[in-house]
Design a protein around this ligand. Structure first.
Ligand SMILES: Nc1ncnc2c1ncn2[C@@H]1O[C@H](COP(=O)(O)OP(=O)(O)O)[C@@H](O)[C@H]1O
Ligand SMILES: [Mg+2]
Length: 258
């Protein structure tokens, strides 16, 4: 069985407005198995978002190949749910109608997905807010709506680009654990980008560590902490060991750091 996602020697170069060539991702090879929760961690500007867009076929690689199920990806697909850093909800639609929006776009029968929308909304703790407009919800609640929206058509692959980036630490941890609950219930492959080492470890089966520009993968670390994960695990020796591994891998590419 081929891996769900395969990257083979993938390089992505952009041309800046000044006409210079910028290598955002260079020579990345990576395999992601079905049902894995993979986090990608690295400094700002190291090519994490670009990598995620390559995986989601929102961008074509300059060199190399991106495969899904052993076949080259053609373009954006229904099999993928994407959550961006900011919620991007439609302001005039209720939470429920935002969640159901992809179904409408795909021309599927909305009524049939109503129960599923309710279930997801309950799963992320938003019951009672179905009819609220985005502006009536906090940032964290809006992000929960976007997560439901990415999940409504039950895509086997979920791509998340620093989805909790704009949130305070407490909301962030709480939402992370909620996401793990959804993932364990619905079993999907998740690729989750973050610049937080602790978040990367707490959520993942495997942490992919990227170097600063041009973005390369320095190492991947398998996380064997038991599931379900809890916040207390962050204080364990095992967790601290992982954190040191990841920090050293990032640090080793930047020169000496205290
Ligand atoms: N569309 C683009 N055009 C030109 N340069 C880009 C574009 N997208 C990203 N870059 C550059 O590629 C590098 C990596 O960006 P990005 O993938 O967004 O990093 P990260 O998500 O890790 O912060 C940065 O130097 C960024 O300026
Ligand atoms: Mg980014």
């Amino acid at each position: 069985m081929p891996a769900l996602i395969g990257l083979e020697g993938v390089t992505k170069r952009f041309t800046s407005r000044a006409g210079d060539s910028v290598t955002a991702v260079e020579g990345v090879s990576l395999e992601i198995e079905s049902d894995q929760f993979v986090t990608v961690v690295g400094a700002s500007g190291c090519g994490k978002s670009t990598l995620l867009k390559l995986i989601g076929a929102l961008l074509p690689p300059t060199e190399g190949r991106v495969l899904r199920g052993g076949r080259p990806v053609q373009g954006p697909s229904r099999d993928v749910g994407i959550v961006f850093q900011s919620p991007v909800l439609l302001p005039w639609r209720s939470a429920l109608d935002n969640v159901l929006f992809p179904i409408e776009i795909m021309g599927w029968p909305v009524g049939k997905y109503r129960a599923e929308a309710d279930r997801l909304i309950e799963l992320v703790g938003l019951q009672g807010f179905e009819q609220s407009l985005p502006r009536e919800l906090s940032g964290g609640m809006q992000q929960r709506v976007s997560i439901c929206r990415a999940l409504i058509h039950d895509p086997p692959l979920l791509l998340m680009d620093e989805p909790f980036g704009a949130l305070d630490a407490m909301t962030r941890e709480e939402l992370g654990l909620e996401l793990l609950r959804v993932w364990s219930e619905r079993r999907k492959t998740v690729v989750f980008v973050t610049h937080s080492i602790a978040e990367a470890i707490l959520l993942a089966d495997r942490v992919v560590v990227m170097t600063p520009r041009p973005g390369r993968i320095v190492t991947t670390v398998s996380i064997t902490l038991p599931r379900p994960r809890t916040l207390e695990m962050e204080f364990s020796e095992e967790f601290k060991g992982y954190a040191k591994l990841v920090r050293d891998a990032i640090g080793s590419t930047k020169g000496a750091r205290p």
